[in-house]
Design a protein around this ligand. Structure first.
Ligand code: AMP
Ligand code: GLY
Length: 438
């Protein structure tokens, strides 16, 4: 069997499921991993595992020069923004992940809003980017009660404040916008969109895009979509690759946006976007709108879709790199998935750390992906962020939810999870909400 050496950067649950998908390849995959901590699941799959800062160009450059992988794939956003993909390319190591220039799609929300506007791609809400206070108050007056204020730059979803949820009234909105201006010299203020959010991730070789099943993530920490925004508490996808509140035309609209944005990025920068283009969309009364773009697989969304991938992930990565994605067979199993994260008490604001957890019995049909946990001789310890993702995969959403719940509910220790993700009760509410606004 032909050997493929793959350099994988990152050590979360997303990279764990990526490692697993790579290992399912028809090639004999040797995984060389760089992670900022040891992920016990990835370590088991790796030929070699370097613990280093995932943005450390010197450490990664040295490792890659010695290993000489066939290609690299970068999971998280931070190393892309730090120029790791560009640095690897200088070493003639290609990545199925975008270069810094096109990665701005994620790292700068203002760049992306402006890109859509410039190329007349529909999908933006009413928005303005401010570099100083001029006109700020007037724009708040124009938007009225429904506004969103976004710090520009990578904040893990935590720099966005929404009226009614995190900000009470225009005065608080103005105050937060001013603090963003002080911090980074830039702030985005936009219309608050009302509807249901979904993620549509597409493999993209710069020109050709292939969509993955649509997924709904749950960013809020607590049940009923309450509380602070997190990295994502869990997510689900359906056997028909739509979501219960989506029409096929909504997915086509989102997919079309991904396609047009890929083209616009090339026209704008002269570089092809190679990797995963992940649109965070919201379906509203007036159609699909863009919340934000990410230049990578979603976490937790990767755990919903990669286990269903029937094609060969190595072929997909090489198709992205060689611009031959149109020749790769990419299909996803027609199954439902529910992913639930167990997180430390106090997450995301004041998570407990260093406490021991015990994982109970994991039923068949559930996949376990490690994230922020530390494996010591006597067991697993929390390291302060989302700890373990459990994914139920089944023919029906109901069964997938039951499976994920029984696994996540078995974890003992100072942790919590969202029981409601993927349940009929919560999904019915979302469907009703969409019906009432459509
Ligand atoms: P982002 O980091 O841009 O994905 O924003 C984080 C979260 O804030 C999103 O998942 C939405 O729930 C919310 N959000 C962002 N922009 C808007 C908007 N224009 N209207 C309504 N909600 C928004
Ligand atoms: N699911 C949220 C993210 O990956 O950014």
């Amino acid at each position: 069997m032909a050997v493929k050496k793959v350099l994988l950067i990152g050590n979360g649950a997303r990279e764990h499921v990526m490692a697993e998908a790579l290992k399912r390849s028809r090639y004999h995959v040797e995984l060389y991993v760089v992670g900022s901590a040891v992920n016990p699941g990835i370590r088991e799959l790796a030929a070699e595992y370097l613990v280093a800062d995932v943005c450390d160009k010197n450490a990664i450059g040295e490792f890659a020069s010695r290993v000489r992988p066939d290609f690299a794939v970068v999971g998280p956003e931070a190393p892309k923004e730090a120029g790791i993909v560009d640095m690897l390319l200088e070493l003639e190591i290609h990545s199925a992940s975008p270069l810094q220039t096109v990665g701005r799609l994620e790292s700068s929300k203002s760049y992306t809003r402006d890109l859509l506007e410039k190329h007349q791609i529909p999908g933006n809400p009413k928005f303005r980017v401010f570099y100083n206070e001029e006109g700020l108050e007037d724009f708040f007056l124009e938007l009225g009660d429904d506004f969103v204020v976004k710090a520009d730059g990578l904040k893990g979803g935590k720099g966005v404040k929404v009226s009614g949820d995190h900000l009470n009234g225009m005065e608080e909105g103005l105050e937060y916008a001013r603090s963003c201006l002080l911090e980074s010299g830039r702030v985005i203020v936009e219309e608050k969109l009302i509807g249901q959010e979904f993620s549509l991730m597409s493999f993209c070789d710069g020109t050709y895009v292939v969509d993955m099943p649509a997924v709904q993530d749950h960013k809020r920490a607590f049940e009923g979509d309450k509380g602070p925004n997190t990295g994502g508490m869990g997510s689900y996808s359906c056997e028909n690759h739509l979501l219960p509140f989506l029409n096929i035309s909504d997915v086509h609209e989102a997919s079309d946006m991904n396609q047009r944005v890929a083209k616009a990025l090339f026209e704008d920068t002269g570089s092809y976007f190679k990797g995963v283009m992940y649109g965070g969309f919201i379906v509203t009364r007036d159609g699909v709108r863009l919340i934000e773009y990410n230049a990578r697989l979603g976490d937790p969304e990767a755990m919903n879709v990669l286990p269903l991938l029937k094609g060969d992930f190595v072929d997909i990565c090489e198709g992205i790199i060689n611009k031959t994605l149109d020749q790769v067979d990419i299909e996803f199993e027609k199954k439902a998935t529910v992913c639930k994260y167990v997180v430390p008490e106090g997450y995301p604001d004041k998570p407990v750390k260093g406490e021991k957890i015990e994982v109970g019995e994991i039923p068949e049909g559930v996949r376990t992906y490690y994230a922020s946990v530390d494996q010591r001789e006597d067991g697993l310890y929390l390291s302060g962020s989302r700890a373990i993702a459990f994914v139920g995969v089944s023919d029906t959403l109901e069964e997938a939810e039951r499976l994920a719940q029984s696994a996540v509910g078995s974890v003992k220790g100072p942790v919590f999870h969202r029981k409601d993700i993927g349940t009929k009760e919560l999904i019915d509410k979302k469907v009703e909400m969409m019906k009432s606004i459509r």
